[in-house]
Design a protein around this ligand. Sequence first.
Ligand code: TSB
Ligand code: ZN
Length: 584
Amino acid sequence: MINIKEDERLSVLNHSCAHLLAQAVKHLYPSAKFWVGPVIEEGFYYDIDLGDEVIKDEDLEKIEKEMKKIAKDGKRIIREEISKEEALARFKDDPYKIDLISRMDEKQTVISCYSQGDFTDLCRGPHVESVKELKYFKLLKFSGAYFKGDSKNKMLQRIYGICFDNEEDLKNHLQELEEAAMRDHRKIGKEQEIFMTHDLVGKGMPLWLPNGAIIRKQLENYIYEKEKKLGYLHVYTPCVGTVDLYKTSGHWDHYQENMFPSMKVDDEEFVLRPMNCPHHMLIYGNKIHSYRDLPIRIGEFATDFRYEASGAVKGLERVRCMCQNDAHLFVTKEQIGDEFKKVVSLILDVYKDFGIKNYKFRLSLRDPSDKEKYFDDDEMWNNAENKLRAVLNDLGCSYHEAIGEAAFYGPKLDVEVKPAVGPEVTLSTCQLDFLLPRRFDLSYIDSNGEKQVPVVLHRAIFGTFDRFTAFIIEELKGVFPLWLAPTQLNVIPVNPLVHGEYASKLKEELQNFDIRVNLDDRNEKLSYRMREAQISKIPYSIIIGDKEIEEDTISYRRYKEPNTHTLPKAEFIKFILDKIENKE
Ligand code: TSB
Ligand code: ZN
């Protein structure tokens, strides 16, 4: 999908369209006041104070109609430069504009305004010459948005829209949006009963339904087996820790705004943990280690809680209660490169298995000129950063470097993906950490019998099961491969009254092989039930009639394929089990 912000012409068009929107709103709601109306990747929006009014679907149509009328009128857009005093006087009745003007740089004595007919807005520009140029636009949606993004402030009405140069581009874009909305994991998640939310549980706290739980369990088994083969040691730890634990790790001082508030129990003060590293540090520290034991890889499917802004939580993709596919790898300085390579190879391996192709590696490095911002050990930084680069080059991964984006404690690699709707998110991550092992006073004995501090790699291949599931639902458009599908086979007796009992026994027999089966013995026409099986995206449908019962065979049809095939029952079971085993 096109990024409007990156295209100069579209950027100007969308910006002018935001003014057109504001003008139309002003006509329809004379007391409306306006905060900001920026261009964004997806078009533009405007944050508007409508008093007590809340925008509804039908209002969008009304506003759009008014925008069309103004555009047809064809007023020129005129730039004017005025002094700060003049601006303060002109916008004196608009507290939002006064807020903007008074926060402008002291040195900025001249302020630009753009007028079109009866509407003037404070703006840096540039704009199109005339509103006549705004022909191919659409208002897309609306939402509430707190003034300055702060939930203590008033809720404004945010209206989103998009504008193009010609009808075809607009049409294509709207079609793409429609297709994206169809893939949205929140829509599919509801239709396929994968997860739900409930106000009584709370925002950003999804409940995984039985179908979602099956998918998650398969993902857990899949990654557990991979990690086990790579020498990971899996642990279970509590999803709370004391405030002192997080003071020791530094999260209390540097990460508290992302944490739930603490709670007192007897004489202890707990927090819901936002990360698992501190627990894993203590596990490492539970024993004395020799250099020969390293790397030590401690893994956990660990539940974490983070405070995410209520406007940011989104289905399974951004939650407040999540389960990380986490591990902390304890290595010597010399092992950084090798271990990092193993992590990146695992990421590539997993993405290949899931057919994930659209992703970007982002290597966050320190800004060497900003010494204050980073853990002070030049040699460590240079050595680590060079090794990370070398590994990525070695594995033929293309990546972009984000200078100055490293954490205080080390460089990191993130894998960014684009969800169906909304901005890019990080899926996998691998972060080097020179500091945390020091804060927990961790060590190993080197070959000279001396104490050394290990380096830690924090890594999550799926990221969280939550975000990964959201992502694959969208990638697969809700059509899961056999091994992941909540229901793998649909058994359909031709006539439930005649073939129902046999079908029911067959279901049990298949279930005994660990195959997930649904029996559709509803009193509906065969054609109707076959169609339903297609809609529900179950990978295989089995049709049981007289012939199949007599000959002990199975007639099956693959999802989306027109032909039915027949196999002896035992062969069919083997065929299906092979496909599950091989994750076809
Ligand atoms: C990898 N301590 C490390 C860990 O050892 C850590 O917590 N890293 S993290 O903060 O980057 O989180 C790991 C992954 O969790 C991210 O890469 C992202 O994929 C996922 N994640 C982060 N926040 C959320 C959220 N609110 N909802 C769903 N998934 C999230
Ligand atoms: Zn960690």
